[in-house]
Ligand binder design. Structure first.
Ligand SMILES: Cc1ncc(COP(=O)(O)O)c(C=O)c1O
Length: 442
Protein backbone atom coordinates (compact mmCIF):
# COMPACT_ATOMS: atom_id res chain seq x y z
CA UNK A 1 0.00 0.00 0.00
CA UNK A 2 1.21 3.54 -0.76
CA UNK A 3 1.98 5.93 2.07
CA UNK A 4 2.23 9.69 2.52
CA UNK A 5 6.06 9.82 2.66
CA UNK A 6 6.01 8.77 -1.02
CA UNK A 7 4.34 12.03 -2.09
CA UNK A 8 6.25 15.05 -3.35
CA UNK A 9 3.64 17.54 -2.14
CA UNK A 10 1.25 17.82 0.82
CA UNK A 11 -1.93 15.74 0.43
CA UNK A 12 -4.10 18.86 0.16
CA UNK A 13 -1.96 20.67 -2.47
CA UNK A 14 -3.95 21.73 -5.53
CA UNK A 15 -4.55 24.56 -7.98
CA UNK A 16 -7.59 26.58 -6.88
CA UNK A 17 -10.18 28.58 -8.86
CA UNK A 18 -7.91 31.64 -8.94
CA UNK A 19 -5.21 29.53 -10.60
CA UNK A 20 -3.02 29.73 -7.48
CA UNK A 21 -1.54 26.87 -5.48
CA UNK A 22 -3.49 26.12 -2.33
CA UNK A 23 -2.61 23.91 0.63
CA UNK A 24 -4.93 23.05 3.51
CA UNK A 25 -7.63 25.05 1.72
CA UNK A 26 -5.48 28.22 1.94
CA UNK A 27 -4.32 30.16 -1.11
CA UNK A 28 -0.52 30.44 -0.84
CA UNK A 29 -0.47 33.90 -2.39
CA UNK A 30 -2.85 35.15 0.30
CA UNK A 31 -0.77 33.46 3.00
CA UNK A 32 2.33 35.23 1.69
CA UNK A 33 0.45 38.56 1.81
CA UNK A 34 -0.84 37.93 5.31
CA UNK A 35 2.29 36.54 7.00
CA UNK A 36 5.11 37.76 4.74
CA UNK A 37 7.88 35.64 3.25
CA UNK A 38 9.94 33.53 3.67
CA UNK A 39 7.23 31.52 5.35
CA UNK A 40 7.22 27.91 6.53
CA UNK A 41 3.78 26.38 5.93
CA UNK A 42 2.79 23.04 7.48
CA UNK A 43 -0.24 21.08 6.33
CA UNK A 44 -2.02 19.47 9.28
CA UNK A 45 -3.87 16.93 7.12
CA UNK A 46 -0.58 15.60 5.76
CA UNK A 47 0.92 15.22 9.25
CA UNK A 48 -2.16 13.34 10.44
CA UNK A 49 -2.14 11.19 7.32
CA UNK A 50 1.50 10.15 8.01
CA UNK A 51 0.55 9.33 11.61
CA UNK A 52 -2.30 7.12 10.35
CA UNK A 53 0.16 5.36 8.02
CA UNK A 54 2.55 4.60 10.89
CA UNK A 55 -0.24 3.39 13.20
CA UNK A 56 -1.85 1.16 10.56
CA UNK A 57 1.43 -0.15 9.20
CA UNK A 58 2.65 -1.37 12.61
CA UNK A 59 -0.69 -2.51 14.00
CA UNK A 60 0.28 -6.18 13.72
CA UNK A 61 3.06 -5.81 16.27
CA UNK A 62 1.27 -5.02 19.54
CA UNK A 63 4.31 -3.77 21.42
CA UNK A 64 5.23 -0.91 19.08
CA UNK A 65 6.12 2.59 20.32
CA UNK A 66 6.47 5.40 17.81
CA UNK A 67 8.90 8.06 18.97
CA UNK A 68 9.00 11.13 16.73
CA UNK A 69 12.59 12.35 16.22
CA UNK A 70 12.22 16.00 17.27
CA UNK A 71 15.42 17.01 15.53
CA UNK A 72 13.50 16.99 12.24
CA UNK A 73 11.26 19.84 13.46
CA UNK A 74 10.58 20.79 17.05
CA UNK A 75 7.97 23.32 18.11
CA UNK A 76 5.46 23.22 20.95
CA UNK A 77 2.49 22.97 18.59
CA UNK A 78 3.89 20.14 16.45
CA UNK A 79 4.89 18.29 19.64
CA UNK A 80 1.35 18.61 21.00
CA UNK A 81 -0.18 17.49 17.70
CA UNK A 82 2.09 14.44 17.40
CA UNK A 83 1.63 13.50 21.04
CA UNK A 84 -2.16 13.59 20.53
CA UNK A 85 -1.60 11.30 17.51
CA UNK A 86 0.08 8.75 19.77
CA UNK A 87 3.75 9.56 19.31
CA UNK A 88 6.39 9.69 22.03
CA UNK A 89 9.56 11.71 21.38
CA UNK A 90 13.23 11.21 20.69
CA UNK A 91 15.01 14.36 21.93
CA UNK A 92 18.67 15.35 21.76
CA UNK A 93 19.09 18.55 23.77
CA UNK A 94 17.81 20.53 26.72
CA UNK A 95 15.97 22.71 24.19
CA UNK A 96 14.05 19.77 22.73
CA UNK A 97 13.37 18.34 26.21
CA UNK A 98 12.02 21.69 27.39
CA UNK A 99 9.89 22.20 24.27
CA UNK A 100 8.08 18.85 24.55
CA UNK A 101 7.72 19.33 28.32
CA UNK A 102 6.11 22.76 27.86
CA UNK A 103 3.88 21.32 25.13
CA UNK A 104 2.36 19.01 27.73
CA UNK A 105 3.90 15.74 26.56
CA UNK A 106 3.95 12.82 29.05
CA UNK A 107 7.68 12.80 29.81
CA UNK A 108 7.74 9.06 30.43
CA UNK A 109 7.26 8.79 26.63
CA UNK A 110 10.44 10.71 25.90
CA UNK A 111 13.83 9.21 25.06
CA UNK A 112 17.02 11.27 25.33
CA UNK A 113 19.69 10.58 22.71
CA UNK A 114 23.01 12.14 21.79
CA UNK A 115 26.75 11.48 21.75
CA UNK A 116 27.79 14.25 24.15
CA UNK A 117 24.95 15.05 26.54
CA UNK A 118 26.07 17.56 29.13
CA UNK A 119 25.80 17.37 32.92
CA UNK A 120 23.09 20.06 32.83
CA UNK A 121 21.12 18.30 30.11
CA UNK A 122 21.24 14.92 31.86
CA UNK A 123 20.22 16.61 35.12
CA UNK A 124 17.26 18.30 33.42
CA UNK A 125 16.23 14.98 31.85
CA UNK A 126 16.25 13.27 35.26
CA UNK A 127 14.44 16.14 36.98
CA UNK A 128 11.70 16.31 34.35
CA UNK A 129 11.21 12.53 34.37
CA UNK A 130 12.39 11.67 30.85
CA UNK A 131 11.44 7.99 30.35
CA UNK A 132 14.61 6.60 28.80
CA UNK A 133 18.13 7.79 28.27
CA UNK A 134 20.02 6.12 25.45
CA UNK A 135 23.59 6.05 26.73
CA UNK A 136 26.13 6.56 24.00
CA UNK A 137 29.57 5.96 25.58
CA UNK A 138 31.52 5.03 28.73
CA UNK A 139 31.96 8.62 29.86
CA UNK A 140 28.21 9.14 29.82
CA UNK A 141 27.54 5.90 31.74
CA UNK A 142 29.69 7.11 34.60
CA UNK A 143 28.38 10.71 34.49
CA UNK A 144 24.74 9.62 34.38
CA UNK A 145 25.20 7.19 37.24
CA UNK A 146 26.71 9.99 39.37
CA UNK A 147 23.84 12.36 38.60
CA UNK A 148 21.25 9.63 39.23
CA UNK A 149 22.93 8.81 42.55
CA UNK A 150 22.92 12.44 43.63
CA UNK A 151 19.17 12.58 42.86
CA UNK A 152 18.62 9.28 44.65
CA UNK A 153 17.03 7.83 41.52
CA UNK A 154 17.32 4.74 39.36
CA UNK A 155 17.47 5.92 35.77
CA UNK A 156 16.08 3.75 32.94
CA UNK A 157 18.51 3.43 30.07
CA UNK A 158 19.19 1.84 26.70
CA UNK A 159 22.65 1.31 25.24
CA UNK A 160 23.20 2.88 21.85
CA UNK A 161 25.23 0.50 19.72
CA UNK A 162 26.84 0.83 16.30
CA UNK A 163 25.52 -2.13 14.34
CA UNK A 164 28.04 -1.91 11.50
CA UNK A 165 25.50 -1.39 8.74
CA UNK A 166 26.34 0.81 5.77
CA UNK A 167 23.32 2.23 4.01
CA UNK A 168 23.49 4.12 0.76
CA UNK A 169 22.71 7.63 1.81
CA UNK A 170 24.80 10.80 2.11
CA UNK A 171 27.86 10.09 4.30
CA UNK A 172 26.91 12.92 6.70
CA UNK A 173 23.59 11.21 7.48
CA UNK A 174 24.93 7.65 7.79
CA UNK A 175 25.23 6.74 11.45
CA UNK A 176 25.23 2.96 11.83
CA UNK A 177 28.55 2.14 10.13
CA UNK A 178 31.44 1.02 12.34
CA UNK A 179 33.53 4.16 12.05
CA UNK A 180 30.78 6.40 13.45
CA UNK A 181 30.93 8.92 16.29
CA UNK A 182 27.71 7.49 17.75
CA UNK A 183 27.30 4.61 20.17
CA UNK A 184 29.19 1.61 21.56
CA UNK A 185 31.03 -0.64 19.16
CA UNK A 186 29.70 -4.22 19.49
CA UNK A 187 33.05 -5.23 20.99
CA UNK A 188 32.51 -2.74 23.85
CA UNK A 189 29.02 -3.86 24.85
CA UNK A 190 30.14 -6.51 27.37
CA UNK A 191 32.32 -4.02 29.25
CA UNK A 192 29.44 -1.55 29.38
CA UNK A 193 27.01 -4.20 30.63
CA UNK A 194 29.46 -5.38 33.29
CA UNK A 195 29.82 -1.83 34.56
CA UNK A 196 26.04 -1.37 34.70
CA UNK A 197 25.47 -4.67 36.48
CA UNK A 198 28.34 -4.41 38.95
CA UNK A 199 29.14 -0.75 39.53
CA UNK A 200 26.54 1.64 38.24
CA UNK A 201 23.75 0.74 40.63
CA UNK A 202 21.67 3.80 39.74
CA UNK A 203 21.22 2.70 36.13
CA UNK A 204 18.68 0.14 34.94
CA UNK A 205 19.31 -1.25 31.46
CA UNK A 206 16.16 -2.07 29.45
CA UNK A 207 17.43 -2.66 25.96
CA UNK A 208 19.49 -1.72 22.93
CA UNK A 209 19.24 1.17 20.54
CA UNK A 210 20.66 1.76 17.07
CA UNK A 211 20.07 4.17 14.20
CA UNK A 212 21.53 3.40 10.81
CA UNK A 213 21.06 6.63 8.85
CA UNK A 214 18.61 9.00 7.29
CA UNK A 215 16.79 9.35 3.94
CA UNK A 216 17.04 5.55 3.51
CA UNK A 217 15.45 3.94 0.45
CA UNK A 218 16.77 0.39 0.96
CA UNK A 219 14.41 -1.98 2.72
CA UNK A 220 16.76 -4.82 3.67
CA UNK A 221 18.91 -2.74 6.06
CA UNK A 222 16.18 -2.64 8.70
CA UNK A 223 15.93 -6.43 8.75
CA UNK A 224 19.70 -6.69 9.13
CA UNK A 225 19.65 -4.17 11.97
CA UNK A 226 16.94 -6.12 13.80
CA UNK A 227 18.87 -9.36 13.48
CA UNK A 228 21.97 -7.72 15.01
CA UNK A 229 19.99 -6.26 17.92
CA UNK A 230 18.07 -9.46 18.72
CA UNK A 231 21.17 -11.63 18.40
CA UNK A 232 22.93 -9.30 20.83
CA UNK A 233 20.02 -9.46 23.29
CA UNK A 234 20.11 -13.26 23.18
CA UNK A 235 23.89 -13.27 23.64
CA UNK A 236 23.71 -10.94 26.65
CA UNK A 237 21.05 -13.14 28.22
CA UNK A 238 23.25 -16.20 27.76
CA UNK A 239 26.37 -14.49 29.11
CA UNK A 240 24.95 -12.31 31.92
CA UNK A 241 21.45 -13.82 32.47
CA UNK A 242 20.25 -10.36 31.52
CA UNK A 243 16.66 -10.04 30.24
CA UNK A 244 16.45 -7.04 27.93
CA UNK A 245 12.97 -6.38 26.60
CA UNK A 246 13.29 -3.28 24.39
CA UNK A 247 14.83 -2.64 21.02
CA UNK A 248 14.93 0.78 19.41
CA UNK A 249 15.76 0.69 15.70
CA UNK A 250 16.00 4.47 15.16
CA UNK A 251 14.48 6.32 12.23
CA UNK A 252 15.62 6.96 8.70
CA UNK A 253 12.76 6.23 6.30
CA UNK A 254 13.19 8.42 3.23
CA UNK A 255 10.91 10.93 1.53
CA UNK A 256 10.38 12.10 -2.04
CA UNK A 257 12.21 15.38 -2.61
CA UNK A 258 12.19 15.06 -6.42
CA UNK A 259 10.54 12.88 -9.06
CA UNK A 260 13.70 10.72 -9.09
CA UNK A 261 13.29 9.74 -5.42
CA UNK A 262 11.37 6.53 -4.78
CA UNK A 263 11.17 5.99 -1.03
CA UNK A 264 9.58 2.74 0.11
CA UNK A 265 6.13 2.82 1.64
CA UNK A 266 5.79 2.83 5.43
CA UNK A 267 3.68 -0.33 5.01
CA UNK A 268 6.47 -2.16 3.15
CA UNK A 269 9.04 -1.17 5.77
CA UNK A 270 6.73 -2.17 8.63
CA UNK A 271 6.06 -5.58 7.05
CA UNK A 272 9.79 -6.22 6.67
CA UNK A 273 10.53 -5.11 10.22
CA UNK A 274 7.72 -7.15 11.81
CA UNK A 275 8.47 -10.28 9.75
CA UNK A 276 12.19 -10.21 10.59
CA UNK A 277 11.42 -9.48 14.22
CA UNK A 278 9.08 -12.47 14.44
CA UNK A 279 11.67 -14.68 12.69
CA UNK A 280 14.46 -13.53 15.03
CA UNK A 281 12.33 -13.99 18.14
CA UNK A 282 11.89 -17.64 17.14
CA UNK A 283 15.44 -18.12 15.89
CA UNK A 284 17.09 -16.74 19.06
CA UNK A 285 14.34 -17.97 21.35
CA UNK A 286 13.67 -14.73 23.21
CA UNK A 287 10.49 -13.10 24.55
CA UNK A 288 9.06 -10.55 22.04
CA UNK A 289 10.65 -7.21 22.96
CA UNK A 290 8.90 -3.84 22.84
CA UNK A 291 9.81 -2.23 19.51
CA UNK A 292 10.63 1.47 19.38
CA UNK A 293 10.90 3.34 16.08
CA UNK A 294 12.11 6.94 15.76
CA UNK A 295 11.07 8.44 12.43
CA UNK A 296 11.63 12.17 11.97
CA UNK A 297 11.92 13.22 8.34
CA UNK A 298 9.21 10.86 7.06
CA UNK A 299 6.73 12.22 9.64
CA UNK A 300 7.06 15.91 8.95
CA UNK A 301 8.89 16.60 5.68
CA UNK A 302 6.08 16.19 3.15
CA UNK A 303 3.72 18.38 5.18
CA UNK A 304 6.00 21.40 4.85
CA UNK A 305 6.53 23.93 2.08
CA UNK A 306 8.45 27.21 2.16
CA UNK A 307 7.16 30.32 0.42
CA UNK A 308 9.58 32.89 -0.92
CA UNK A 309 9.14 36.14 -2.85
CA UNK A 310 11.10 36.51 -6.07
CA UNK A 311 13.38 39.56 -6.18
CA UNK A 312 16.28 40.25 -8.49
CA UNK A 313 17.44 38.13 -11.38
CA UNK A 314 20.60 37.85 -13.41
CA UNK A 315 21.25 36.35 -16.82
CA UNK A 316 24.90 35.34 -17.07
CA UNK A 317 25.88 35.96 -20.72
CA UNK A 318 25.81 32.50 -22.37
CA UNK A 319 25.29 31.06 -18.88
CA UNK A 320 22.70 30.46 -16.20
CA UNK A 321 19.67 32.53 -15.40
CA UNK A 322 19.68 33.21 -11.65
CA UNK A 323 16.44 34.11 -9.89
CA UNK A 324 17.00 35.38 -6.36
CA UNK A 325 14.50 34.87 -3.56
CA UNK A 326 14.22 36.46 -0.11
CA UNK A 327 15.48 33.39 1.80
CA UNK A 328 17.99 30.61 1.22
CA UNK A 329 20.68 28.78 3.13
CA UNK A 330 19.79 30.26 6.54
CA UNK A 331 16.21 28.91 6.41
CA UNK A 332 17.13 25.79 4.39
CA UNK A 333 20.79 24.79 4.74
CA UNK A 334 20.30 21.34 3.20
CA UNK A 335 21.22 22.18 -0.43
CA UNK A 336 24.52 23.77 0.62
CA UNK A 337 25.27 21.11 3.28
CA UNK A 338 24.24 17.91 1.54
CA UNK A 339 23.72 18.94 -2.08
CA UNK A 340 20.03 18.23 -1.34
CA UNK A 341 17.64 18.64 -4.26
CA UNK A 342 14.20 20.25 -4.14
CA UNK A 343 11.37 21.03 -6.53
CA UNK A 344 9.23 24.14 -6.54
CA UNK A 345 6.15 25.65 -8.13
CA UNK A 346 5.10 29.25 -8.67
CA UNK A 347 2.13 29.83 -6.37
CA UNK A 348 0.62 32.55 -8.56
CA UNK A 349 1.32 31.08 -12.01
CA UNK A 350 0.15 27.95 -13.76
CA UNK A 351 2.68 25.55 -15.23
CA UNK A 352 3.01 26.58 -18.88
CA UNK A 353 4.69 24.95 -21.83
CA UNK A 354 7.00 27.96 -22.35
CA UNK A 355 8.79 27.32 -19.09
CA UNK A 356 12.46 28.26 -18.67
CA UNK A 357 15.31 26.53 -16.86
CA UNK A 358 16.47 28.77 -14.04
CA UNK A 359 18.63 28.53 -10.93
CA UNK A 360 17.01 29.63 -7.69
CA UNK A 361 19.55 31.60 -5.67
CA UNK A 362 19.28 32.51 -2.02
CA UNK A 363 19.85 36.01 -0.64
CA UNK A 364 22.77 35.09 1.65
CA UNK A 365 26.37 36.13 1.07
CA UNK A 366 27.79 32.79 -0.09
CA UNK A 367 28.14 31.69 -3.71
CA UNK A 368 27.02 28.27 -2.53
CA UNK A 369 23.67 29.64 -1.42
CA UNK A 370 21.72 28.05 -4.25
CA UNK A 371 18.35 26.52 -3.34
CA UNK A 372 17.68 24.77 -6.65
CA UNK A 373 20.29 24.44 -9.37
CA UNK A 374 18.31 24.06 -12.58
CA UNK A 375 14.52 23.86 -12.57
CA UNK A 376 11.91 24.46 -15.26
CA UNK A 377 9.48 27.12 -14.14
CA UNK A 378 7.12 29.59 -15.80
CA UNK A 379 8.83 32.89 -16.57
CA UNK A 380 9.46 34.47 -13.16
CA UNK A 381 9.09 38.13 -12.29
CA UNK A 382 9.80 40.20 -9.22
CA UNK A 383 7.00 39.67 -6.68
CA UNK A 384 6.09 36.13 -7.76
CA UNK A 385 5.65 33.64 -4.92
CA UNK A 386 7.81 30.54 -5.12
CA UNK A 387 6.69 27.44 -3.23
CA UNK A 388 9.50 24.98 -2.45
CA UNK A 389 8.07 21.55 -1.58
CA UNK A 390 9.04 19.04 1.08
CA UNK A 391 10.73 21.43 3.48
CA UNK A 392 9.05 20.29 6.72
CA UNK A 393 12.09 18.40 8.04
CA UNK A 394 15.57 19.69 8.81
CA UNK A 395 14.81 23.20 7.49
CA UNK A 396 13.46 25.23 10.43
CA UNK A 397 15.32 22.94 12.83
CA UNK A 398 18.64 23.66 11.07
CA UNK A 399 17.93 27.34 10.40
CA UNK A 400 20.39 30.02 11.46
CA UNK A 401 20.58 33.79 11.66
CA UNK A 402 23.40 33.95 9.11
CA UNK A 403 23.89 37.51 7.86
CA UNK A 404 21.79 38.54 10.89
CA UNK A 405 18.61 37.77 9.01
CA UNK A 406 15.48 37.04 11.07
CA UNK A 407 14.20 33.44 11.02
CA UNK A 408 10.88 33.07 9.15
CA UNK A 409 7.48 32.52 10.70
CA UNK A 410 5.83 29.08 10.64
CA UNK A 411 2.10 28.50 10.23
CA UNK A 412 -0.19 25.47 10.28
CA UNK A 413 -2.97 25.24 7.68
CA UNK A 414 -6.09 23.10 7.77
CA UNK A 415 -9.65 23.42 6.45
CA UNK A 416 -9.02 26.91 5.02
CA UNK A 417 -7.69 28.12 8.38
CA UNK A 418 -4.15 29.24 9.14
CA UNK A 419 -2.57 29.54 12.58
CA UNK A 420 0.77 30.87 13.73
CA UNK A 421 3.10 28.24 15.24
CA UNK A 422 6.30 30.28 15.36
CA UNK A 423 6.34 34.06 15.03
CA UNK A 424 8.74 35.71 12.61
CA UNK A 425 11.79 37.03 14.41
CA UNK A 426 12.05 40.79 14.67
CA UNK A 427 15.11 43.02 14.47
CA UNK A 428 14.74 43.50 18.23
CA UNK A 429 14.83 39.69 18.70
CA UNK A 430 18.13 39.63 16.83
CA UNK A 431 19.82 42.02 19.25
CA UNK A 432 17.98 40.89 22.37
CA UNK A 433 20.91 38.81 23.64
CA UNK A 434 23.64 41.29 22.70
CA UNK A 435 25.44 43.31 25.31
CA UNK A 436 27.91 46.18 24.89
CA UNK A 437 30.49 46.05 27.72
CA UNK A 438 30.53 49.27 29.73
CA UNK A 439 34.14 50.07 28.79
CA UNK A 440 33.13 50.18 25.10
CA UNK A 441 30.29 52.58 25.82
CA UNK A 442 32.63 55.42 26.92
C1 LIG B 1 19.15 8.45 16.85
C2 LIG B 1 18.28 8.99 15.77
N1 LIG B 1 17.01 8.61 15.71
C3 LIG B 1 16.18 9.08 14.76
C4 LIG B 1 16.62 9.97 13.80
C5 LIG B 1 15.65 10.45 12.77
O1 LIG B 1 16.01 10.13 11.48
P1 LIG B 1 15.04 10.49 10.27
O2 LIG B 1 14.69 11.92 10.41
O3 LIG B 1 15.85 10.20 9.08
O4 LIG B 1 13.85 9.59 10.38
C6 LIG B 1 17.95 10.37 13.80
C7 LIG B 1 18.45 11.30 12.76
O5 LIG B 1 19.57 11.63 12.62
C8 LIG B 1 18.81 9.89 14.83
O6 LIG B 1 20.09 10.27 14.90
Amino acid sequence: MDSTNQLLKPVTAKINESGNIEIGGCDLVKLAEKYGTPLYVLDEETIRSVCRDYKNAFKNYPKVNMMYASKALCTMATSKLLFDEGFGFDVVSAGEIYTVYKAGVDMSRVLFNGNNKSFDELTLAIELGVGRISVDNFFELSLLNEIAKSHNKIVDILLRITPGIECHTHEYIQTGHLDSKFGFDLTQVDDAVELILNEYKNLKLHGLHAHIGSQIFETSVYGDEIEILIKEIARLDEKFSLKLDEINIGGGLGVKYTENDCPPSTYTIADIIIKRLDDCIKKYNIEPPALFIEPGRSVISTAGVTLYTVGSSKQVPKGKKYIAVDGGMADNPRPSMYQAKYVAGVANKKEVSSSKTVTIAGRFCESGDILIDGINLPELEEGDILCVYNTGAYNYSMASNYNRVQKPAMILVNNSQSDMLVKRETLEDLISHDEIPGRLKK
